[in-house]
Design a protein around this ligand. Structure first.
Ligand code: AMP
Length: 395
């Protein structure tokens, strides 16, 4: 796996695919700069080598050229975070972009205009990719969030740098973290899968059964498993058409010696609302008119023990409706357990969608080993798919 450390960037122009798709408010101010901060180590390494950086990214989903999606809005923010002047050019290909790149001196940074102002970007157009490739000597991909897309700047452009392409630090770290769970992690390996639906996690579950010793299935997903096994789940969320699949998963798990843990008790609510009346009930005896919205105390204790004895932990999806304060306890408790286990030496990776939001919201970010930045890319990796953006560098 080639990374930045395999190259000396002195007097080289690095064409870097970053993920600066950051949220902006109505005044076009960056409201969450995590992605820019995450790209800093890669950019600084190149500058310190004596190279220059040409940064390319998309922002939002523009339809053609739309000023509200211009990367010029974030240039100042990038400059503040990096502590280096950022030159902005309002094109990403063509004579203007090429001239801006040609006049770039070692130690300087050029920010290109939104790649998605050209439809060729998402189409993975070869000629457009070739135009991009003219801007740099070495191609660096540091955008995990788009690595599952075969777009021009994330994948196709790499073809034009057969010997001079590599992963940036952020993308390399993402790949290593996923490998630690899927390939090289110390046993016992635990995956906690939560969230709303079985259907959105099926491929992940099937792929992960070969890699883990323990599997916790929590959140809304668990009720399909409970009902399939003959339990009564009241009004809890359930995918009836996935019940057979649920039973099949349990069978596969048994054959593969994976211990599956489903909550034994739940917080049941009489309506889907933060101020609902609640009671603690066995998960397979939820009364009519009530729905399971969070893991119960017995489940939390059982999950704590499993988390504490695991050496490698993957967490994807909340254990309850954590957006409502009254139903966030199970998710918070799990976060605490994972934080404690991590302190004791376990490797923990949180990734994919809402668990990242939960981890940030409840302040666990610095207490787990790694929080993945790529939602869809992370999910596809867990499904066992080799992401095109990663394959393009490895080729
Ligand atoms: P996902 O994006 O698949 O990880 O699902 C996350 C969503 O699942 C969150 O919005 C949670 O509110 C929701 N969720 C978790 N547990 C439950 C539950 N018991 N009933 C309904 N929704 C749930």
């Amino acid at each position: 796996m080639k990374t930045l450390n395999d190259f000396n960037f002195a007097n080289k122009k690095a064409l870097i695919r970053v993920d600066f798709n950051v949220p902006l408010n109505e005044k076009f101010e960056v409201t969450d700069d995590t992605r820019i901060v995450s790209a800093k180590p890669t950019i600084i390494k190149i500058l310190e080598d004596g190279g220059s950086c040409i940064l390319m990214s998309h922002l939002g989903r523009p339809k053609g050229v739309q000023d509200e999606f211009s990367l010029r809005h974030i240039a100042k923010k990038v400059e503040d975070i990096l502590g280096v002047e950022v030159i902005f050019v309002d094109e990403c290909v063509g004579p203007k972009a090429e001239a801006a790149s040609a006049s770039l001196k070692p130690g300087q940074i050029l920010l290109l205009e939104n790649l998605r102002f050209h439809k060729e970007e998402e189409a993975g157009d070869k000629a457009f990719s070739e135009q991009l490739s003219k801007l740099g000597d070495i191609y660096v991909n540091d955008a995990f969030g788009t690595a599952h897309r075969a777009h021009a700047s994330t994948t196709i452009v790499a073809e034009f740098f057969p010997k001079s392409k590599c992963f940036g630090y952020l993308l390399a770290q993402e790949i290593e973290s996923i490998e630690k769970v899927m390939k090289t992690g110390e046993k016992p390996v635990l995956a906690v899968l939560g969230g709303a639906k079985v259907s959105s996690k099926i491929t992940i579950i099937e792929n992960i059964l070969d890699k883990v010793d323990h599997l916790i299935i929590g959140g809304g997903m668990s009720f399909t498993f409970v009902k399939a096994q003959g339990g009564t789940i009241g009004n809890s969320i359930c995918e009836d058409d996935k019940m057979e699949l649920a039973l099949d998963i349990l069978k596969q798990a048994k054959a593969k010696n994976v211990q599956v843990h489903i909550p034994v008790d739940v917080i049941a609510a009489d309506k889907f609302s933060n101020d609902a009346n609640t009671q603690i009930v066995d998960i397979d005896k939820i009364p009519n008119g009530w729905e399971g919205v969070d893991a119960g105390p017995k489940s939390i204790a059982i999950f704590h023990d499993i988390v504490m004895k695991s050496k490698t932990i993957l967490w994807n999806g909340p254990l309850g409706v954590f957006e409502m304060e009254s139903f966030a306890k199970g998710t918070i408790a799990l976060g605490n357990s994972i934080a404690e286990s991590t302190k004791n030496g376990a490797f923990s990776l949180v990734g994919g969608g809402d668990s990242v939001a939960a981890v940030k919201q409840f302040g666990f970010e610095d207490k787990v080993s790694y929080v993945s930045t790529g939602g869809g890319a992370m999910l596809e990796s867990l499904e066992g798919i080799v992401l095109p953006g990663i394959a393009a560098i490895l080729e």
